[in-house]
Design a protein around this ligand. Structure first.
Ligand code: GCO
Ligand code: MG
Length: 404
């Protein structure tokens, strides 16, 4: 039996903050897990350091399900992003160890590849419609089969989804206090169909088109958006309404055939039980790192399968390369894979995280290195200390706080 002899937490900021848990066994095998919760990183670091790491020492490193249940049920206080991100980090580190001991990549432990590769979508954006079209072109030229389109809304200064500068990463977190963005639902609803029309007119229908609403609409507004986008055959609209209100999707569903995706803020199977079993959504977007690790996320996808709901895991740049790689392993192995978000990471992350995934012709593959396939360089990590960064807040034109 290999027991856990060490568990350490590393907070590092190669461009943005990532929290990494490293577990070592009595056989000298190490595994890593992602414990990053954007803007609340130190809360998870403390949950792990102060309350979880001491419990791990001496446990059998191979009893992954038992450890998951022990941490979930044993805390008495269940669910919530901090708790579930911490449990996810332990879970992924233990899967990494199991893969390394077996000499197999994680996807082989999960049943093997169910497809050749994982379809990912890139993030096109623009301050104007011509700029957006240029950016869509850039992704299509690189072989992407799916692209998310977000354009700035005329009259609003800063809107979610606008990438500043080059590269691929949309990076909203900055500064030691949250910045303020502005919002006007009417202006947005009038504008979005016009730029989706422009995208389809220029590039046709031979690729998948996606859009993120980022929780900003009421159910009836979301219904109107879905209806107005039907001619452009969206792959999905994401987070149309605040995700904690599962009943809202019932109303949206009654009005539109535009597919609905939700789930990046979910951390438990109970956050999507109603949505899945009532067939109110088409894609569940929960992530490895915020929804309790590989162990729970694969149960969520297994629940979704008989209801015709497919996966669409969150893959923003604030999820570290460790949980992104773990997501690719799950995506490759499950029967009801839908789409994987790929925002990429800020340049410089490779110094700290060495990955073995590949991208070719619009498909990603996690690679065949044993375990998760990501190496963590502690010395490099130590060169980039934690630096406070927060997501923006959103205000309406009259100054009211709105969902960001
Ligand atoms: C997405 C997300 C991100 C989130 C971010 C919050 O679809 O990728 O909406 O942009 O805002 O992950 O930390
Ligand atoms: Mg989103």
């Amino acid at each position: 039996m290999a027991t856990i002899t060490d568990a350490t937490v590393h907070v590092t900021c190669p461009g943005r903050n990532y929290v990494t848990l490293k577990i070592t066994t009595s056989d000298g095998v190490t595994g890593i897990g992602d414990a990053t919760l954007n803007g609340r990183e130190l809360a998870v670091a403390s949950y792990l350091r102060d309350h979880v790491c001491p419990l791990l020492i001496g446990r059998d490193a191979h009893r992954i399900e038992d450890t998951w249940q022990y941490l979930y049920k044993g805390a008495y206080w269940r669910r919530g992003p901090v708790t579930m991100t911490a449990i996810a980090a332990v879970d992924v580190a233990l899967w990494d160890i199991k893969g390394k001991v077996a000499g197999l990549p994680l996807y082989q432990l999960l049943g093997g590849a169910a497809r050749d590769g994982v379809t990912v979508y890139g993030h096109a954006s623009g301050d104007t419609v011509p700029e957006l079209l240029q950016d869509v072109q850039r992704f299509l030229d690189r072989g992407f089969r799916a692209v998310r389109a977000q354009a700035a809304v005329p009259g609003l200064e800063r809107v979610y989804g606008q990438r500043k500068g080059g590269g691929d990463t949309y990076e909203p977190a900055d500064g030691s206090l949250p910045s303020v963005e502005d919002w006007d639902t009417g202006a947005y609803l009038d504008f979005v169909p016009s730029y989706m029309a422009a995208v389809r007119e220029k590039f046709g229908y031979g690729f998948q088109l996606l859009h993120d609403v980022h929780h900003r609409l009421t159910p009836i507004e979301a219904a109107r958006l879905g209806k107005s986008l039907e001619p452009y055959r969206m792959f999905w609209i994401e987070d149309a309404t605040p995700a904690e209100d599962q009943e809202a999707f019932d109303l949206i569903r009654r009005h539109t055939t535009t597919p609905l995706a939700v789930g990046e803020i979910f951390n438990s199977v109970f956050d999507c039980q109603h949505l899945i079993t009532r067939r109110l959504i088409d894609y569940v977007r929960a992530s490895v790192s915020h929804a309790g690790g590989v162990t729970q996320l694969r149960k969520i996808f297994a629940l979704a399968e008989p209801y015709g709901v497919r996966s669409g895991s969150h893959g923003a740049g604030d999820l570290s390369p460790v949980s992104f790689a773990a997501a690719l392993h799950l995506d490759l192995s499950i029967p009801n894979f839908g789409m994987q978000e790929y925002m990429a990471h800020l340049p410089g992350y490779e110094e700290v995280f060495r990955t073995s995934w590949t991208f070719e012709d619009g498909l990603m593959h996690p690679g065949d290195a044993p375990g998760i396939g990501v190496e963590f360089d502690e010395d490099a990590a130590a060169r980039y200390p934690y630096s406070p960064k927060y997501l923006p807040v959103n205000r309406l034109r009259d100054g009211s706080v709105h969902d960001w």
